[in-house]
Design a protein around this ligand. Structure first.
Ligand code: CP
Length: 451
């Protein structure tokens, strides 16, 4: 379905590590003279399709395209577009990508919406934030900031704080930190821990392992590091000790603290349960460990960083936002073929191995686009992560779910997971169901011996 040869940025995984570093160098060049590049994208039109509020992402993309000499058309909020009349995202991007615009940036409340946009649009699509899933261009800005401030990415000790459950910036950033073999200490708000599917992807794709998890505020981590954090580290031989013998890893200093606000737009007020979220202030950073740290935040800030901290030289969150313009200039120039990179692209995602689930298994993530507007036109698709017992990851939102039954498509027959005859069914002929009722509704008989 996706136009051949075009590059989208749906996930931070869509860029190779060397490509990211090359883009940083281009961003440096753009940044040195922001007004000197109006010849790069003359005659090119960017469409920003934003179905959720934004200040930085939308305006920095628009500014970036204008600075590159192109033009901009925009849907600044969903209610001002035909989405309000029920138009699907797929139809919107099919119409806008092409005669109307040469590149799209899409922000949408449903997880997996950026993949849908990329598949249906004929022009490059950039994910400007899809639900609680990913925000890869924020990660480019974050990693660019870290790279400039610290001079490297490998081996950094970075603390991720706040709402790690719903913050899409955290998920993309954790993947990128893992890829560049930085160490991550997580300090979630209670009940807002990093989702299991993110931890599982970190483990599987980047060899990053969580060794322990408990709650604590920044003071706690200074007082008792071994019990106040989940520690993750890339699985490199020289770093193995970090997660096998956590307490022997001595952290002399924290390179960066990345704070996030509670993403209240994604959950009900009952989940907070009257909790007061901890606030980062100068007082919380008095320890020697934080003497040279960088305080980062994707913004918008609500109350989670004391305004007094803004004048502290360790606070770099406004610089992070400023870097959004040159970084996004570099990204768009690259995706439009205006600059070339020497680095090779990452291996294509394994779409050939994706499993379409007609009449069968569905994603259970209520924010997934396959459970929202996609019910009208998307066929659920899964990647088989494991066979015994089966674990399926939704291709759109990444959530992992275990099916209850496995069947043989060629015989319209199925059985509970673990039935011995399933082993003989070829992988291509297997079909998965969440329940017996679902299997029967799809016309399958359920093996009575293992019912
Ligand atoms: N960081 C970020 O995505 O900000 P906006 O929501 O203002 O775009």
């Amino acid at each position: 379905m996706k136009a051949p040869g075009k590059r989208d940025l749906v996930s931070i995984d869509d860029l190779g590590s060397e490509e990211i570093l090359e883009l940083f160098r281009h961003a440096d060049a753009f940044r040195e003279n922001l007004r000197g590049w109006s010849h790069v994208c003359g005659g090119t039109i960017l469409a920003t399709l934003f179905f959720e509020p934004s200040t930085r992402t939308r305006l920095s993309f628009e500014s970036a395209m204008l600075r590159l000499g192109g033009g901009v058309i925009t849907v600044p909020e969903g209610s001002s577009s035909s989405r309000a009349k029920g138009e699907s995202l797929a139809d919107t991007v099919r119409v806008v990508g092409g005669a109307y615009a040469d590149i799209l940036v899409v922000r949408h409340p449903q997880d997996g919406s950026a993949l849908v946009a990329g598949r249906y649009a004929d022009v490059p699509v950039i994910n400007g934030g899809d639900g609680a899933h990913e925000h890869p261009t924020q990660t480019l800005c974050d990693m660019y900031t870290l790279w400039r401030e610290r001079g490297r990415l490998e081996g950094l000790d970075v603390v991720l704080c706040g709402d790690l459950r719903y913050s899409r910036t955290i998920h993309s950033l954790a993947y990128a930190l893992g890829r560049f073999r930085a160490n991550i200490i997580t300090i979630p708000y209670p009940g807002f821990e990093m989702p299991k599917y993110v931890l599982e992807k970190l483990r599987k794709d980047y060899g990053v392992k969580a060794t322990s998890a408990s709650l604590g505020d920044l003071q706690d981590i200074v007082a008792d590091r071994s019990s106040a954090a989940a520690y993750l580290t890339a699985s490199k031989p020289h770093q193995q000790a970090l997660f096998t013998e956590l307490t022997e890893h001595h952290v002399d200093r924290i390179d960066a603290i990345y704070m996030t606000r509670a993403q209240r737009e994604r959950y009900g007020s009952e989940q907070e349960g009257g909790m007061t979220f901890p606030k980062l202030s100068e007082a919380s950073l008095r320890s020697e460990m934080f003497r040279d740290t960088r305080v980062m935040h994707p913004l918008p800030r609500v109350d989670e960083i004391d305004f007094e901290l803004d004048k502290d030289p360790r606070a770099v969150y406004f610089r992070q936002a400023e870097f959004g313009v040159p970084m996004r200039m570099a990204l768009m120039a690259f995706l439009l073929g205006k600059i070339q990179l020497d680095a090779k692209p990452p291996a294509l995602r394994g779409e050939a191995n994706y499993l379409s689930s007609v009449g069968g298994f569905v994603c259970r993530n209520e924010r997934c686009i396959t459970m929202g507007e996609g019910r009208r036109y998307l066929i659920p698709e899964f990647q088989v992560l494991a066979e015994q017992p089966p674990q399926l990851a939704c291709v759109y939102c990444g959530r992992v779910r275990a099916p209850a039954l496995v069947g043989d498509r060629t015989q319209n027959r199925c059985a509970a997971v673990g039935a011995p005859w399933i082993d003989a069914v070829a992988a291509a002929d297997r079909i998965y169901f969440g329940s017996e009722e679902q299997a029967v509704a799809a016309g399958f008989s359920v093996d009575p011996e293992v019912r």
